[in-house]
Ligand binder design. Structure first.
Ligand code: C5P
Length: 230
């Protein structure tokens, strides 16, 4: 079986509900994303449990702070044995370089990626915080900085993947949320793509939450998307 490109967002309110899902799958089925809600409730011990079960874990804590703090946070996150971790590109060059330094202090070497512009922000929201460029230009600009600072890639919307791919070829990672299989509900995601469209546009990995976790038969949906992409 080829490596799964699916990262399931474990957006569950507690570790028990998350484990109910995890215990029905295998590490080859997908990677697992632990975000701020679950991490704040279940903590590093829960991340270690997933790692010990053999899962590739994306610790999605989006660090954004002064360089020294981010360096130490990335070192601590990498020490958990996760597969991927992330920071905010808006922290700037010194912070991005410090994040690489922190990651490299660990004996583990997880992928380190950066969020460019949150997909929840449109041009008006950017203008309000003093960014006069449109979202697309800002994404390309930040991705260039991320690449220069030698991180492994960015989180971006699948809509941005094709223009980013012209600027950043493989192995620069494009990790894309906002994925919806044909049949599923969009929820609060506005600009969505199907799994196949996102991969064709250049995405390396797809973050998928509710279409899998809230489905009547989550495992069947996961298997179906894996099959579509294989
Ligand atoms: O349920 P859904 O598939 O929309 O979940 C998408 C996941 O990706 C959530 O965990 C969300 O926090 C995350 N995410 C996102 N947009 C971003 C960054 C992360 O939807 N720009």
């Amino acid at each position: 079986m080829s490596e799964s490109k699916i990262i399931v967002a474990l957006d569950y309110p507690d570790h028990r509900s998350a484990l109910t899902f995890v215990d029905q799958i295998e590490p080859q089925s997908c990677k697992l994303k632990v975000g701020k809600e679950l991490f704040t409730r279940a903590g590093p011990d829960f991340v270690r449990i997933l790692v010990d079960k053999g899962y590739d874990v994306f610790l999605d804590l989006k660090f954004h702070d002064i360089p020294n703090t981010v360096k130490n946070a990335c070192h601590a996150a990498a020490d958990l044995g996760v597969w991927m971790l992330n920071v905010h590109a808006l922290g700037g060059r010194a912070m991005l370089e410090a994040s690489v330094e922190g990651r490299d202090k660990s004996q583990h070497s997880p992928y380190l990626i950066a969020v460019t512009v949150l997909t929840s922000m449109d041009n008006q929201a950017l203008a309000e915080v003093g960014i006069s460029q449109d979202a697309q230009t800002q994404v390309l600009r930040l991705a260039k900085l991320v690449d220069e600072c030698q991180l492994d890639g960015v989180v971006c919307s699948a809509q941005e993947a094709s223009s980013l791919r012209k600027q950043h070829t493989d192995p620069f990672l494009l990790v894309t949320p906002g994925i919806r299989p044909e049949s599923s509900d969009k929820g609060d995601q506005k600009r969505v793509m199907t799994p196949q469209q996102a991969i064709t546009a250049g995405a390396s990995y797809l973050v998928i939450g509710r279409p899998i976790t809230q489905a009547n038969e989550p495992i069947a949906v996961l298997n179906e998307i894996n099959q579509q992409l294989s």
